[in-house]
Design a protein around this ligand. Sequence first.
Ligand SMILES: Nc1ncnc2c1ncn2[C@@H]1O[C@H](COP(=O)(O)OP(=O)(O)O)[C@@H](O)[C@H]1O
Ligand SMILES: [Mg+2]
Length: 260
Amino acid sequence: MENIMDNSTNKKDIIIEVNNVSRCFNLARERVDSLKEYFVRKVKGNLHFEEFWALKDVSFTVERGDAVGLIGLNGSGKSTMLKVIAGVLKPTEGSARVSGDVAPLIELGAGFDPDLTARENIFLNGALLGHPRSVMQEAYDSIVEFAELREFMDVPVKNFSSGMNSRLAFSIATIGKPDILIVDEVLAVGDSKFQEKCINRIEEMMAKGTTVLFVSHSIRQVEMVCNKVVWLEHGHLKKYGETKEICEEYKSLYKGMDIR
Ligand SMILES: Nc1ncnc2c1ncn2[C@@H]1O[C@H](COP(=O)(O)OP(=O)(O)O)[C@@H](O)[C@H]1O
Ligand SMILES: [Mg+2]
């Protein structure tokens, strides 16, 4: 008799695989006051660095369609982890395998040229995300409308407030249908009405199959958006699991602290 069991339907569709990732930064131990002193010390072998491990042996996998929140106190390694996944930073040890295209919203307006106008930056940023000009032309109106910046398109973005910058960056990064959307504390600067709009858009993208990695200052937003949570502590993976369970434990540990 034929075996009609199809094992592949049971197989998980892993879109991100983080394997034993460690990331070390070399911090200068003593102050060097000039470039000359730096080279003199370097030549003499008299330049001392301290190793600092921002991530240490972190492993987890993300399934297609998951929304994964990264939580942990300031400095716990969340942004470093997201940069490794986005390919912006190389891990010192281990590897991050990503199957799909990533729309990273990491540093506010990191892809913006401050001297160019908002309009020019839309096309520049689109190109950085890999979108042809024609695609950006088509998306232009909806980007401007979502960002609520219609009157400011001819203003150089150096004159924008951080809130305006993030509205524009969010609007650009969320056009199209990236396989993976990374949102690192980008919502913190907008007002609450705009934050709500962003959350709605993230949820729309999830409904269309986009996988989301999400860092927010607000644990409430993480609980709203994410089905899984990675909890980092001093660069180590403390816990990984279902949102409700992990967030309950996190909140009870940091009760009274400003983790909202
Ligand atoms: N480029 C860098 N050089 C040196 N130290 C860094 C660098 N980037 C991050 N760090 C350090 O790594 C640690 C983790 O940082 P980060 O990933 O930004 O944490 P989080 O996003 O959770 O606040 C922090 O102590 C931070 O100071
Ligand atoms: Mg961070």
